[in-house]
Design a protein around this ligand. Sequence first.
Ligand code: FE2
Length: 370
Amino acid sequence: MTNEKNPLGLKKIHHVEFYVGNAKQAEFYYRNAFGFSRVAYSGLETENRETTSYVLRQNRVNFVFTTPLNENHEAADHIRLHGDGVKDIAFQVEDADYAFNEAVKRGAKVAIEPYDWKDEHGSVRRAAVKTYGDTIHSFISYNTNNGHNYSGPFLPGFTEQNVAGDDVGIVLVDHIVGNVELGKMNYWCDYYRDVMGFERYITFDDKDISTEYSALMSIVMSDGGHNIKFPINEPAEGKGGKSQIQEYIDYYKSAGVQHVALLCKDVMHTVQKLQDNGVEFLRVPDAYYEELPSRVGPIDEDIDELKRLGILVDRDDEGYLLQIFTKPVEDRPTVFYEILQRKGCKGFGKGNFKALFVSIEEEQRRRGNL
Ligand code: FE2
């Protein structure tokens, strides 16, 4: 419903689309390493002469991996500049035309004017606006009163495919973090406030999250229902080294999505499966687990098991969360994933930042980027 708190009528994150150099291999990686299933496909065999896209689904998470088939497609420029990365955080909305017009009226820049997107299963309306870097937000609506209705497996142009992955228990996108340029954090927070009606949910400053080098500042923007959470990070001055946020921007060549946090119900089970599948995670020093009981108090999980798997714990007034971060999943040190389970806690793991950043700096040092 559109109202002051949800002026665009956002319903949920419909999907996240990545532009990648080789979608066939990305599909194989996310299916075999992360346990997604391939549910839909678009490419030469479906009369798509421009791109190939694979839709991967795990419970309520939909990822689309798209590669250009021609050098003059905009995805080719995107990949040349950024490497593999997130192009589109797409929302399902009540009415794409309304969401688009309202967003533009509120100051968003146009990416794609509203159009009918159709195939033999019906049509949807789609439009898009720009956000940080070359990232966009699509607005997609079904069943509008203009008679649009869609019954296909995903979106128009996609054919159904059923190649099951071994589900690892990833359920939902919890939050998606954007890294923006030095001095631009407030600009983009204002954008989410003014355009989307989001509120400031939590702020972290460099006291929370600075180590000797890897300082950053972060504000979490969220919709009124706290279903969609977009933390925005900017680099902060470290003591002589390079902020991890600046390292990202130097390699992504602009602002962009830093990590997608995937919520699961049993983090120990999920992380065990991901590790068995070869997903590489950041590790913190063993001393972290010696300090853990005094820092977070009683928890249900066995600390030796958490230590074995490398899972981190943090607590707020309402409960605790368990989280772990992958290493970047591209050769450029850019996009990575967080796997987390919430047990009442609504935070983002502030108490873990310091230990984590020491590990991230160690990786940066190995890359010669500190
Ligand atoms: Fe996160």
